[in-house]
Design a protein. Structure first.
Length: 301
C-alpha cells in the first residue's frame, strides 16, 4: 500500500509508520510533487485538490490533517467520489480549549491592558485594580458541541462556571452541560453568556451564522472567541457592532485596548509533552490514518 504524506501536521509521529509491513510511505512538499506520486497512491494525508483526485484512480482514503473538513466545499469531485474522507476529530481538543482559556484569563485579568500600559510607561494601578474580574460564576456559551466544544466545557466547569451549548445535533447533556440546545436557541444562549466560544465547523449552513442579529443578542460586556473558522462570523456585522457599541462607564472598560483582536490560526499547534511508550507506538501507528468518524460537508466538529 502506498501512502503519500502531504502535510507537516503531526510529523513528529510519522516515524511510527516505519515498522508497518507492506507500506510504502512517500513525503511530498508541493502540489507538483504530490501529482508525481499520486497515480498509484491508495492513502493520502492532506487536503487534495480536484486535479489531484482526478489523477488518483487507486485512491481509497484521504486523511485530513485537521478536524475541519470545509475544504470539501472546494473539491466537488471528491465529494461525488467513493473515496473515504476521515478527519482528526478530537485530536486538537485539549490544545484549542487551552487557547480559549488563555484568552479568557488574559482578558479577565487585564493582561492586554497591562502590556499596553507597560509600553506607555503608565503604572495604572488605580484604574487597573478595579477593572479585573473572575471567570468563576460566569456563564460560558459554546456554539458547536463536538469534541472541541466538550474540551472547552470540561475546563470551564473546572473554573466553576455555568456552561450552556447549542449544536446542529441537540440532545441530552453530559457531566459538563445539562442539555445541548438546538441552533434555534442560539439567541437564548447569547443573551445569557458572559463569554461565547464558536467551535462549530464551517459549512454552507454555518456561513455567517453569527450575523448582526446575533451580535445584537449578546450582552454588551460579553467576549466572543471564535476558534474554528472565521467564515462563521459575518465580518461586516462584527465591524458594525464594534463601531456602534456605546462606550461603557464601567471601570472594567476604561482605558481598554482594542475590542477586536486577531491572530494567526495556531490554536491546534502544540508539541507532545512526552514521547509515546514504545509498546504503544505500533498500535498508534496502525490507527494513524483511520479515525472513527467519517467526514462530510455537513458534519459537526
Amino acid at each position: 500500500m502506498k501512502v503519500v504524506l502531504a502535510s507537516f501536521e503531526g510529523e513528529a509521529y510519522f516515524d511510527m509508520l516505519n515498522d508497518l509491513p507492506d507500506l510504502e510511505v512517500v513525503r511530498v512538499h508541493s502540489e507538483a510533487e504530490a501529482m508525481a506520486e499520486i497515480a498509484d497512491c491508495e492513502v493520502y494525508y492532506g487536503r487534495p485538490s480536484d486535479a489531484l483526485v482526478d489523477a488518483a484512480p487507486k485512491l481509497k482514503l484521504i486523511q485530513s490533517p485537521g478536524a475541519g473538513v470545509d475544504f470539501l466545499m472546494n473539491t466537488p469531485k471528491l465529494v461525488e467520489s467513493d473515496i473515504i474522507v476521515t478527519n482528526t476529530r478530537g485530536a486538537h481538543g485539549p490544545s484549542i480549549a487551552e487557547h480559549v482559556f488563555a484568552f479568557l484569563l488574559a482578558f479577565n485579568r487585564g493582561i492586554p491592558q497591562a502590556l499596553e500600559w507597560q509600553k506607555e510607561k503608565h503604572w495604572g494601578r488605580e484604574e487597573g485594580y478595579r477593572a479585573l474580574s473572575e471567570i468563576k460564576d460566569t456563564t460560558i456559551g459554546i456554539i458547536g458541541y463536538g469534541q472541541i466544544g466538550r474540551s472547552v466545557a470540561k475546563r470551564a466547569r473546572a473554573f466553576e462556571t455555568e456552561v450552556i451549548a447549542v449544536d446542529a445535533r441537540p440532545g441530552p447533556g453530559d457531566e459538563n452541560v445539562a442539555e445541548v440546545w438546538p441552533l434555534e436557541r442560539l439567541h437564548d444562549l447569547l443573551g445569557q453568556s458572559d463569554a461565547i466560544v464558536i467551535s462549530a465547523p464551517y459549512t454552507r449552513g454555518s456561513r455567517h451564522l453569527f450575523d448582526a442579529a446575533a451580535f445584537a443578542a449578546m450582552k454588551p460586556t460579553a467576549y466572543l472567541i471564535a476558534i474554528s473558522r472565521g467564515g462563521i462570523v459575518d465580518e461586516n456585522a462584527l465591524a458594525n457592532a464594534l463601531n456602534t457599541a456605546p462606550e461603557s462607564t464601567s471601570p472594567r472598560r476604561s482605558r481598554s485596548p482594542p475590542r477586536a483582536r486577531s491572530g494567526p490560526r495556531a490554536t491546534s499547534s502544540s508539541r507532545p509533552t512526552s514521547p509515546a511508550p514504545p509498546a504503544q507506538k505500533k498500535n498508534d501507528a496502525s490507527r494513524f490514518f483511520m479515525t472513527t468518524w467519517f467526514a462530510s460537508p455537513t458534519a459537526t466538529s
